[in-house]
Design a protein. Structure first.
Length: 95
């Protein structure tokens, strides 16, 4: 294995352990934080998708629906951020 892969795996393992400890120590705050992070990532992915749609060349058929995808991701991200408490309650029922 290359050094880069080993380093990436080590960092991922450390981050996973830290996240696990935080989830055990402060479950409610961690769940809310995770909702906000996922929402922010969805919003960012939506913005990137919309920007890629407008910057694409005519030869990229895979990005034909990039604008619609970006808008949907952006809306879902905003909803996840705005309704984090309801999502936490919903997934609390599943557990």
């Amino acid at each position: 294995m290359s050094k880069n892969r080993v380093l990436t795996s080590l960092i991922a393992a450390i981050v996973s352990v830290v996240v696990g400890i935080l989830l055990v120590a402060w479950p409610d705050q961690s769940r809310a934080f995770i909702c906000y992070v996922i929402g922010a990532l969805l919003v960012a992915a939506g913005v990137v998708s919309i920007l890629r749609y407008f910057n694409q060349s005519d030869t990229e058929p895979i990005m034909r629906y990039g604008f619609a995808t970006g808008v949907v991701l952006w809306i879902v991200g905003i909803l996840v951020i705005a309704r984090a408490g309801k999502l936490i309650a919903f997934f609390g029922i599943i557990n």
